[in-house]
Design a binder for this molecule. Structure first.
Ligand SMILES: [Zn+2]
Ligand SMILES: [Zn+2]
Length: 137
């Protein structure tokens, strides 16, 4: 399968490639994403785990989100860049931090989640569908 996009951390010790196009990209305004995101939200791009391959060692931080889901966030132990996470309820999927993509223009944000926790000055495209918390299933 051919590589569709690649990415990695700031110091390039961690690199990944995806043989699938992004399935969905979301802006998440939850407080956890704000704390680790660098601004009022973080942007995440989902791909199937079967299409994702990683080179380099990542550190892991596990936390129970306010949704009750266990989230395992992976980041570079050398430079600290967030790279991706996996979580309960999304088995078989990899949630890439969109900011780590070599070409983030390949991602098309489709919705906003946890908009109820958004910071007033963090302006996100008002045309996007917006959900108070997680996207309803
Ligand atoms: Zn790094
Ligand atoms: Zn979040």
């Amino acid at each position: 399968m051919s590589v569709v996009f690649e990415g990695g951390c700031l110091c390039e010790k961690v690199r990944y490639r995806s043989t699938a196009a992004p399935m969905v990209t979301v802006h998440c305004c939850c407080t956890d994403c704000r704390k680790i995101g660098g601004t009022g939200h973080a942007t995440h791009t989902v791909v199937p785990a079967d299409d994702f391959s990683l080179a380099g060692a990542v550190a892991e931080y596990e936390r129970i989100a306010d949704s009750g889901n266990r989230i395992n966030r992976r980041f570079c132990p050398a430079c600290g860049s967030a790279v991706y996470h996996t979580r309960d309820g999304m088995e078989g999927l990899i949630v890439i931090r969109t900011s780590s993509m070599d070409d983030p223009e390949l991602a098309r944000p489709g919705r906003v989640i946890y908009a109820g926790s958004a910071v007033s000055w963090d302006h996100i495209d008002p045309a996007l569908p917006s959900f108070e918390k997680m996207t309803p299933r």
